[in-house]
Design a protein around this ligand. Structure first.
Ligand SMILES: [Zn+2]
Length: 191
């Protein structure tokens, strides 16, 4: 067109991108993990971690590993899944990826039956990640709603462990002990 006008819509296009959807929670952490995997393996020039919201009524989440990346499936459509639950569950699934971070090339398919040690690691990782990020937010980076006070985060973690694995009493006890031990340890200042 001679007057320089265009059919393109920069405002609409930018606004769509500015919206934060649930599947983008912990995006900075995910980018960091991709970067660590990228640096650790010359044979894996790019590894992508994507998150997908599912319409399942089921409350469980799972990671599907494939050759050059993995997809985290999140149970976002359940009415009782609040934003904070989805964020915690995302952190838990990132824990499963972290558990095997040196061994990702041998992992393919759905991560459906992790060992008890892996399951415990993933919950402890989720708690520690959100706790460290909460401390960072207190220092003025990020959003108030992600700051956890007193034992809010502990309660959030326990309720999600029980909801996802209601019959796994041994796991409940292990996570409870983890939370007690965390309370006794002096906190490191996040970098
Ligand atoms: Zn798990």
């Amino acid at each position: 067109m001679t007057d320089g006008s265009t059919d393109k819509d920069p405002i609409g296009d930018a606004r769509r991108l500015a919206m934060i959807n649930r599947h983008n929670y912990l995006a900075h952490t995910i980018r960091e993990m991709e970067y660590i995997i990228h640096c650790a393996s010359a044979a894996r020039p790019s590894y992508h971690i994507t998150t997908k919201m599912t319409e399942t009524r089921n409350c469980s989440s799972v990671v599907f590993f494939y050759n050059r990346g993995c997809t985290i499936f999140l149970p976002c459509e359940r009415i009782d899944m609040k934003d904070e639950d989805i964020r915690l569950i995302t952190a838990h699934e990132l824990g499963h990826i972290s558990y095997d971070i040196d061994n990702l090339e041998s992992k393919t398919g759905l991560n459906v039956s992790p060992s008890d040690d892996e399951e415990y690691y993933a919950w402890a990782f989720a708690h520690s990640l959100l706790d460290a990020k909460s401390d960072g937010y207190k220092d003025g980076v990020g959003k108030d709603e992600y700051i956890y006070h007193f034992d809010d985060l502990d309660k959030l973690l326990m309720s999600n462990v029980k909801r996802q694995q209601p019959d796994h009493k041994e796991l409940h006890d292990r996570v409870r002990k983890f939370l007690l031990d965390r309370k006794r340890q002096p906190k490191e200042t996040p970098k």
